[in-house]
Design a protein around this ligand. Structure first.
Ligand code: TSB
Ligand code: ZN
Length: 583
């Protein structure tokens, strides 16, 4: 999808269209006051204070109509520069613009743009006349806190987009429509994956039975992989004391992302935002020799993070999440091999899920920023070079982000683009020189001396929450056989004649751990078949006289027209293979 903000011409056009929107709103609602109307990657928006008037999406066509009218009038868009005094005088009745003017540096050139009866404070640039603003559309409407702060007044935000010609606009609207269809929040609702409830709280999704099946399958899948790679899984509490997070440094550096402290008897607890401290303590529970390393402690661990209320989104950005987490304790010499093993696992998993649209970002330190980064140049240089070397040896494409490393070490993230909204990180692999020091971890090296291990934090799925969100969008909700909540739907042609055989198929499939159901409703076959497709069930069996007499099944794969009749025994073999080999 095109990024409007990065295209100079479209950026100017959309910026002017934001003014056109404001002018139309002013015509329709004379008391409207305007805060800011920036260009964004998806077009533009304007934040508007309409006093007591509440507009809804139904009002957008009316506003669009007024915008079209103004555009037809074809007034020129004229720039004026003002002194601070002139500007303050011109906008004296508008607290929002006064606020903007007062925020400007002394050397800012203050300018405003006038088109017909409307003037707005603005840096520009703009197109020459409103005539150029012909192919636009108001997309949606939402509330937005003044200055993004929940303590402030809620303004009304209208989003729109503008193009140079009708074709581009239509193409873009089609893309938005497709993205809406792919949005995991829509699919998640339709397929009974998750729900939210105000009584539970913002950003705290509830996984429904179908979602729980998907999640359990993902857990089993990654657990098996990690077991084969020598990970040891643990369970730890999702709280820790404030002292634990003081020791780790999170209390000082991560507090704004944490839920507030709660006191129980004499202990001060926090809901944990990360699992590293718990895993450090597990490592420290025993003495270690260099021969024991690498030690890989894994956990499907629930974390709580304070995410801004405007940022929480479906399963993608939540306040209660479950990480597919692990902390690897390695010697300096093992960094390369272990990092390679993690990157290979990421590649392996993405291949299994057919995920192709992602990019690797290698975050490095900014050498000149001595304050932001843990001070050990040699350690950083060695580690950064090692990571590059591994990525090159695996032939992985990546880009380097200098100054984006964490305080404690360099990291590799995998970025993906959701259907709606900016890119997010899925997998992550982070080197850490600091945490093992803070917890005074050690192992006995080959010379019989105490040495501090290096820690690698890694999450392959990231969180089950975010990965599921992404998977639903990538697959448009069409999950592979082994992940589908219902794998096989059995439809008897006639309940009186074929139900018994259907029930025996169901029993046999269930004995083989296949998730299946018999549709016994008194509906037409065509209706049941269509519904089976709508529910994206991988296999639908239609069982009539022939199948019942011959002890066969007639199966149809999702989205395919043709059906195949095979013996029940062969069918069991087929679906077992699909399931066990996660085809
Ligand atoms: C990998 N301590 C490390 C861990 O050992 C850690 O917590 N890293 S993290 O902060 O990057 O989080 C791990 C992953 O969780 C991220 O890569 C991202 O995929 C996922 N994640 C982070 N925040 C959220 C959120 N609010 N909602 C859903 N998933 C999230
Ligand atoms: Zn960690």
């Amino acid at each position: 999808m095109i990024n409007i903000k990065e295209n100079e011409d479209l950026s100017r056009l959309n910026h002017s269209c934001a003014h056109l929107l404001a002018q139309a709103v002013r015509h329709l609602y004379p008391n409207a006051k305007f805060w800011v109307g920036p260009v964004i990657s998806e077009g533009f928006y304007y934040d508007i204070d309409l006093g007591d008037v509440k507009i809804t999406e139904e009002d957008l066509p009316k506003i669009e109509k007024e915008m079209k009218k103004i555009s037809k009038d074809g007034k020129r868009i004229v720039r004026h520069e003002l002194t601070r005094e002139e500007a303050l005088d011109m906008f004296k009745d508008d607290p929002y613009k006064i606020d903007l003017i007062n925020d400007m540096d002394d050397d800012t050139v203050i300018s405003c743009y006038t088109q017909g009866d409307f003037t707005d404070l603005c840096r520009g640039p703009h197109v020459d006349t409103v005539k150029e603003l012909k192919y636009f559309k108001l997309i949606k409407f939402s509330g937005a806190y003044y200055k993004g702060d929940a303590k402030n007044k809620m303004l009304q935000r209208i989003y729109g987009v503008c193009f140079r010609n009708e074709e581009d606009l239509n193409d873009y609207l089609k893309e938005i429509e497709e993205a809406k269809q792919r949005d995991h929040r829509k699919i998640g609702k339709e397929q009974g994956i998750f729900m939210q409830h105000d009584l539970v709280g913002k950003g705290m999704p509830l996984w429904l039975p179908n979602g729980a099946i998907v999640r359990k399958q993902l857990e089993n899948y990654i657990y098996e992989k990690e077991q084969k790679l020598g990970y040891q899984h643990v369970y730890t509490p999702c709280v820790g004391t404030v002292d634990l997070y003081k020791t780790s440094g999170h209390w000082d550096h991560y507090k704004e992302n944490m839920f507030p402290m709660m006191k129980v008897d004499e202990e001060e607890f926090v809901l944990r935002p990360m699992n590293c401290p718990h895993h450090m303590l597990i490592y420290a529970n025993e003495l270690h020799s260099y021969r024991d390393l690498p030690i890989r402690i894994g956990e499907f661990a629930t974390d709580f993070r304070y995410e801004a209320s405007g940022a929480v989104k479906g399963l993608e950005r939540v306040r209660c999440m479950c990480q597919n987490d692990a902390h690897l304790f390695v010697t300096k010499d093992q960094i390369g091999d272990e990092f390679k093993s993690v990157v290979s696992l990421i590649l392996d998993v993405y291949k299994d899920f057919g995920i192709k649209n992602y990019s690797f970002r290698l975050s490095l330190r900014d050498k000149n920023d001595k304050e932001k980064y843990f001070d050990d140049d040699e350690m950083w240089d060695t580690a950064e070079n090692k990571l590059r070397e591994v990525l090159n040896s695996l032939g992985v494409d990546y880009y380097e982000a200098v100054g984006e490393a964490a305080f404690y070490g360099p990291k590799l993230d995998v970025e993906v683009k959701p259907a709606v909204g900016p890119e997010v990180t899925l997998s992550t692999c982070q080197l850490d020189f600091l945490l093992p020091r803070r917890f005074e971890l050690s192992f006995i090296n080959q010379n019989g001396e105490k040495e501090i291990p290096v820690v690698i934090h890694r999450a392959i799925f990231g969180t089950f929450d975010r990965f599921t969100a992404f998977l639903l969008e990538e697959t448009k909700g069409i999950l592979p056989f082994w992940l589908s909540p219902v794998e096989v739907n059995i439809i008897p042609v006639n309940n009186d004649l074929h139900l018994d055989y259907c029930l025996s198929i169901e029993k046999l499939l269930k004995d083989h751990n296949i998730r299946c159901k018999v549709d016994t409703r008194n509906e037409k076959i065509g209706y049941k078949m269509r519904e089976s497709q709508m529910n994206k069930i991988p296999h639908t069996l239609v069982i009539g006289d022939k199948e019942t007499n011959d002890k066969t099944v007639n199966y149809r794969e999702y989205s395919k027209k043709e059906t195949t009749e095979i013996s029940l025994d062969d069918y069991i073999k087929l679906v077992e293979d699909l399931k066990n080999n996660r085809r």
